[in-house]
Design a protein around this ligand. Structure first.
Ligand SMILES: [Fe+2]
Ligand SMILES: [Fe+2]
Length: 274
């Protein structure tokens, strides 16, 4: 019997370097620091933190350098590793240059890590140049290869664009475009759950027999029955995830904010992107 594993799932931090284009007047860096401060106060420290994309708002190289500094400080304080995925607001070349401190390139960013016998597979659902989400055949091939061997404590997949239907047709238009390919890749494997973001509200359901949980954004929330117009709310949160007896258990941790609507996107206005 494996020991239960506790970790934190954050998403949609939408960080910009301080002083540049503050998102609806909100300080997203401070919100990220507050989430880490809350993790530090828990009775049991999470073993690691994973962030499922939209790391930055504008995706500029200085935003990634700033995010790297902030996360290096916060993970040093908390004393645990931090793993990140990319979302539709992220830029592969500037992420590689500013965050990974590598040569900039359009190379996709997906990988697998093992923590306490639990395998975390981080996928990249970006479609460069668009805000849509899709898994390409190269990544699906890689995923099938990884999942061919089971992990001692099972596998959790982390990805930006969710797969479970939402409360409204408007929100449904933001889901992964080829969920059937992901479903086929995880069928019969040791995958016990999926974690995603992008829609900025908690949305939890069953996908291919396992729990799939989209978390609200660290930067802001979206009112979950938004339809016709999308209401961006000044609240925040993250999820605690426990893996116990082969099950993934998700516990939403809201961070209240002032609950004011900071932006409303109407269908006849310029498109807004979660
Ligand atoms: Fe997104
Ligand atoms: Fe987002």
């Amino acid at each position: 019997m494996q020991e239960p594993v506790l970790f934190a799932h954050l998403t949609d931090t939408h960080i910009n370097v301080v002083g540049k284009n503050p998102l609806f007047g909100m300080d997203t860096t401070q919100k990220l620091r507050e989430a880490f401060a809350e993790l530090g106060k828990l009775t049991r420290k999470p073993a690691f933190v994973v962030i499922s994309g939209d790391l930055t708002q504008d995706g500029d190289v200085e935003d990634y350098r700033h995010l790297r500094r902030v996360l290096d400080e916060e993970k040093e304080k908390l004393g645990v590793p931090v793993y990140v995925a990319l979302g539709n607001h992220d830029s592969r070349p500037f992420f590689r240059e500013g965050y990974l401190q590598e040569q900039p390139s359009e190379e996709s960013y997906y990988y697998s890590v093992m923590e306490d016998g639990l395998r975390i597979v981080v996928l990249n659902t970006q479609v460069p140049g668009t805000h849509g989400g899709r898994l390409d055949e190269e990544q699906l091939n890689w995923l099938r290869g990884v999942l061919a061997e089971p992990a001692p404590n099972g596998t959790i997949i982390v990805h930006h664009h969710p797969v479970v239907p939402t409360m409204t047709p408007m929100m449904d238009s933001h889901l992964l475009e080829n969920p059937q390919d992901l479903a086929a890749a995880i069928e019969g494997t040791d995958v016990i759950g999926l974690l995603s973001g992008h829609i900025h509200c908690n949305n939890i359901g069953v996908f291919q027999g396992v729990i799939s949980a989209a978390a609200t954004g660290v930067a802001f929330g979206i009112e979950p029955t938004s339809n016709g117009s999308m209401k961006f709310i000044d609240n925040s949160g993250y999820n605690l995830v426990l893996v116990k007896n082969g099950q993934m258990i998700v516990h939403p941790m809201p961070m209240a904010g002032d609950q004011q609507m900071v932006f409303e996107w109407k269908r006849d206005a310029a498109h807004a992107h979660a």
